[in-house]
Design a protein around this ligand. Sequence first.
Ligand SMILES: N[C@@H](CCC(=O)N[C@@H](CS)C(=O)NCC(=O)O)C(=O)O
Length: 289
Amino acid sequence: MLLLGSVLTATIVLLVFYFFWNRGREPKQVPADVAVLYQIGRGPFAPSSSPFPLKLETFLRMNKIPYMPDHSAKFSTKGKTPWMEYNGVAVADTHFCIQHLKKERDIDNNSSLSLEQKAVARAMQKMTEENLYWTLCLEMFCGDSTEAVETVMPYTGVKLWVTMQILKRVLQKEANGHGIGRHTNTERWSIAMGDMSALSDYIGDKKFLMGDIPCEEDCAVFGMLAQICWHMPGSRHEKFMRENTPNLIAYCERMKDEFWPDWDERISSGKNFVSDHEHMYFESELSKR
Ligand SMILES: N[C@@H](CCC(=O)N[C@@H](CS)C(=O)NCC(=O)O)C(=O)O
């Protein structure tokens, strides 16, 4: 017990030290107009085990923005991951990263949408990120069944146990702050099913969220659904999606094919996996600006 207590304390101290040490570091030296995407490393079955880096990286790819992943797991000044630097400016939170890139590069993936369609796309994204997301966190880290997370976490034994204890505490506290963590397991699951069904009903047999052309919000919806599809094996979410909303699986496959032709090289369990830490994507686009 004493040993476990010491391991837990040492881990917390290291995490706190790492978090503060990482703040205020100098921007990475990269050519102008290259986004540095700070994230937590590649996931085993999808390019990130977090929905938010996958969202931002999909947006960078959707717009062929030159970028360089940094997998050192530095957290943002807001204490979250991912974040980015662009022309020396650090931007935290994927929403603000995307807004910043849109402004700096004059991008609008939604220019063909009506105001009503834009409003629906936004609402779908917010439901996915601010509601459905928490049901994933609670299912993976705070539920009775944690088999899914054990399959996708890059740790075993004591390291896995300690990491799980920390994540469980942090996420349960955050979910209680949100409110969803105070519901019963049955109530939380009804929320998850409601959100997945709504996404499925809305996408219907469309190719992407708003039709034949992927829009900005597809990045966020894909980032989240990809976790259910590939990183929650055997969970209620994954079973529900496979059995009741197969169009969401097909949607994930379509987004994967559209923006991640190198998927097998970007998943850590893939036989073609290669580290792309500090690799530059879309370098040829630099000369076009
Ligand atoms: N709204 C943020 C959400 C990012 C987020 O919640 N990231 C999680 C990883 S999935 C995180 O860093 N959690 C750490 C914490 O909450 O302490 C964004 O879009 O960037």
